[in-house]
Design a protein around this ligand. Sequence first.
Ligand SMILES: [Zn+2]
Length: 62
Amino acid sequence: MEKACKNCRLIIAQGDVCPLCGSTALTTKWNGHVVILNAEKSEIAKRLGIKVNGTYALNINE
Ligand SMILES: [Zn+2]
């Protein structure tokens, strides 16, 4: 199962460090995901506080 960063929600395919924020607080306990293709214009990105394009977890259960 892929991990998601608890700090910024980025979904991480491999490794133990978030490439976006550098956090090592990763979890497999997440569900739902959203692909942000245009972070500057996306309403979802604004709501989630996302500033960089990528795939993010919607819910982190931990
Ligand atoms: Zn992160």
